[in-house]
Design a protein around this ligand. Structure first.
Ligand SMILES: Cc1cc2nc3c(=O)[nH]c(=O)nc-3n(C[C@H](O)[C@H](O)[C@H](O)COP(=O)(O)O)c2cc1C
Ligand SMILES: [Mn+2]
Length: 480
């Protein structure tokens, strides 16, 4: 299927989303409470419109916040497949597009709308924007949720974009939390080891397609600008930040530029996270000193606060992660993968389901372990369930039924210890977190019919396709 991208930046995206009839304008909502409340309501409803908040008390008219941007048909439109209307088809279409997309280097241009307003020196004021308090128990206002950090590897010289939550400290500084192992964290650790400040840019509003690339696990060493360019088939236009020279999308809405100092720390958190908990509490984290603020006229801040899954975040991430995981399983040389779903209830991380056509003894365990530990599937995972391909793995009931009936708890579950996790994991004890022991365990559940006797496995008690068809013909009226 050929992709059809209807937009190049957030303004174009808004026009396309309005054409779908899926944008609601809200005036007068407060940053203190209303925007977070309305967003939580929308995130837990599907389908639900995007909400564009304007006339936020205390801020100039036109300084807006956009939330719930991927519900309804907007996710399909964002990925370039406006006609697809089913999440599995969308994940498949995305997988095919991503698989064939060779990165296209981003292109430096001289100017762009992001330069319409520039604050430097004493003018720098991060509080210029109506950043909401997203959840009532948050430790601060998080300007970065629908955002990404731009950093350059100090010795390998490649640029990474990663979405890491960003809390406002004051007019001239913000703080962020990056879990160990994330690309932006690896960059930061390298600068820390050198004892040098890390130049960085935080983009807090812009192209939703670019945001999707920044908030998902794409391979180490690959620049997310270049991947977004590859999906669209043209180079991503960026300007060079005046202070750091880092690339900033020419059409971004708002960008903060500055440095992370290796020794300057301040309390960050707590923040309501995607596991459905405030599990990371508040900790001392590096401070980002803002040296320049860039914004378009009438800037739009993108807001994507996590809520208890399944929520909007979980739904869009399920599509992308399922696609990326399927591609990564194929790249690792595995065969017989028939379907992959990274379940919404686990916010696309904690419950991975894979359906295979079993081809040889050990196949299902191999698939389960690779899924659990490859880059797309590894971070903060918990359970991987491998089933036969007669199961519709997107249906939780069907998946769990297969697990209950085709696995034997004593012999079908492999446990992996000391795997990649995070402060955000609510099941890591406070003592372990204090010591920085941020690993957890994984269960690989082989719920396929045992290979050695799969042909003798009891037959499933559901009507054959022929009987099901006849039943529908004769008795569908009973349900009318
Ligand atoms: C809304 C949102 C907020 C996120 N916040 C964080 C965060 O605070 N810290 C973090 O380590 N990862 C966070 N993530 C996950 C990362 O964006 C994701 O792991 C991504 O792959 C990171 O980029 P990288 O692979 O280039 O490191 C967040 C994702 C989303 C969608
Ligand atoms: Mn990356």
């Amino acid at each position: 299927m050929e992709p059809r991208f209807l937009f190049d930046d957030l303004r174009g995206w808004l026009t396309a989303a309005r054409e779908l009839g899926e944008v609601r304008d809200v005036e007068g909502a407060t940053w203190q409470e209303d925007i977070g409340m309305a967003t939580e309501l929308l995130h837990h409803s599907d389908p639900a419109p995007a909400a564009l908040f304007d006339k936020i008390p205390g801020y100039p008219e036109g300084f807006r916040v956009l939330t719930n941007f991927f519900g309804g048909k907007r996710m399909n439109m964002t990925l370039g497949f406006p006609e697809v209307d089913n999440k599995v088809e969308l994940a498949d279409a995305f997988t095919a597009l991503y698989r064939d997309a060779d990165p296209i280097p981003h292109e430096v241009v001289d100017n762009g709308p992001i330069m319409e307003n520039v604050q430097t020196g004493a003018q720098v004021n991060v509080l210029s924007f109506p950043t909401p308090l997203w959840h009532e128990r948050d430790g601060g206002r998080y300007i970065g949720t629908g955002s990404f950090n731009v950093t350059r590897d100090p010795d390998e010289d490649w640029v990474n974009l990663g979405t890491y939550r960003v809390m406002v400290h004051d007019e001239k500084s913000v703080g962020f939390y990056i879990s160990p192992g994330k690309h932006g964290r690896i960059h930061r650790d390298k600068y820390m080891a050198l004892g040098e400040p890390m130049p960085a840019v935080i983009v807090v509003g812009g192209d939703p397609l670019l945001f999707l690339m920044a908030c998902n696990e794409v391979p180490y060493g690959v620049c997310e600008y270049d991947l977004a360019g590859a999906l669209r088939g043209k180079p991503y236009p960026v300007i060079k930040g005046r202070i750091t020279g880092l690339p900033i999308p020419a059409h971004a809405e708002i960008a903060l530029e500055g440095f992370v100092h290796p020794t300057k720390l301040r309390k960050e958190g707590p923040f309501g996270e995607w596991t459905g908990y405030y599990a990371s509490g508040s900790r001392e984290e590096p401070v980002f000193d803002v040296k320049a603020v860039y914004h378009r006229n009438d800037p739009i801040l993108l807001g994507c606060p996590p809520n208890r899954p399944p929520d909007e975040l979980a739904r869009y991430r399920a599509v992308i992660r399922s696609g990326l995981l399927r591609e990564q399983l194929a790249k690792s040389g595995l065969s017989g993968i028939k379907a992959v779903w990274a379940h919404e209830v686990g916010s696309s991380r904690m419950l991975l389901a894979i359906a295979i056509e079993q081809r040889y003894p050990g196949h299902s365990i191999q698939v389960g372990h690779v899924a659990s530990q490859c880059h797309v599937g590894a971070y903060a995972g918990k359970y991987v369930i491998v089933v036969d391909d007669d199961i519709d793995i997107t249906q939780l009931d069907e998946l769990v039924w297969a697990m209950l009936t085709r696995s034997d708890p004593a012999t079908s579950i492999d446990i992996i210890h000391n795997a990649w996790s995070t402060h955000l994991d609510p099941r890591i004890s406070p003592e372990h977190k204090k010591k920085g022991q941020l690993t957890n365990s994984r269960a690989i559940i082989d719920a396929t019919r045992p290979f050695a006797w799969k042909d003798q496995f009891p037959v499933v008690n559901v009507p054959s396709a022929e009987v099901a068809r006849k039943t529908r013909e004769k008795f569908a009226y009973l349900l009318d």
